[in-house]
Design a protein around this ligand. Sequence first.
Ligand code: UDP
Length: 325
Amino acid sequence: MVQRVELPESLDGNTILVAGAAGFVPSYVSEFYLKLGARVIGLDNFITGSRSNIELLSKYDKFEFHECNIYESLPDFSKTKIDYIFSLASPASPIDFKEIPLEIMRVNSEGTRFLLELAKEKKARFLEASTSEVYGDPEIHPQREEYVGCVNPIGPRSCYDESKRFAEALTMSYHRRYGVDTRIIRIFNTYGPRMRPDDGRVIPNFINQAMAGDDITVYGDGSQTRSFCFVTDLVNAIHNVMFSKDHTPFNCGNPDEYTILDTAETIKKFLTSESKLAFKGLPEDDPKRRRPNIDKLQSVSDYEPLVSFEDGIKQTAEYFQSLSK
Ligand code: UDP
């Protein structure tokens, strides 16, 4: 029988640890749980996260922050009660794969192991934020959780793909061997305010190019596809998985699929931009099609992406505009 998600009305009295709290998605996760009444402890080394996200979270009385490298050691939590741990610390943009591949591999191996050890010690529930990248350049479409993927172990994306596959294996091993109460999510392309404007990903690039009237850089012929999820919808999906009863992975995202060419045209239209398209080389191992099948999450919860692409793009553009003021 399917066990339905039971969402708590409040998390007052609970403590949540968010690894990577200064990052884009984790800053929203932290804020979400602060609003639900939890105490949130954030960890980050600022390798890609931003101090402004920590300033924003520090406005909440129940937020506490530690600057640390989680793959070296964790702060001393011996006297701290911890109920939930979110493993959200990995850099995730293709430009990071070029610049900091070893840091990515360390956070998803040693860093994740430290967090799992803490979950074991504290009897905390642990959620590993994995990625659609574990499917590599997928041969089946849309991607279901049972699909085991098609990953190039030595390609330029492998530092991320393979270390996240390892992090999933580690999570399942702690669950099987020690009974740690674990969850795994596979996050598909996500966008929204607080993204790094220079993180090299398609949505920030296209919005900033469209707003400046610069050429919009389409890699390859633009026929590759992605499915874009607005960040608040993603947080809702993450919350549903944390309060599900299932230890196996859940895809989290929005199944609306666009070619990259459509994405460029659509963003131009939403932002009434005169920019032209400029075609550039396709990066090596760039996945050709990506779209989550979210039946599994929807079979246990009421999860539904709510924010339209138009609304999401406009909110994100307003954010980037506010940065340049
Ligand atoms: N892309 C593009 N122009 C850009 C940035 C990205 O055409 O300026 C393409 C990229 O080649 C990929 C897709 O957009 O096919 C999504 O890239 P992104 O880096 O956002 O994330 P990915 O899904 O590849 O991790």
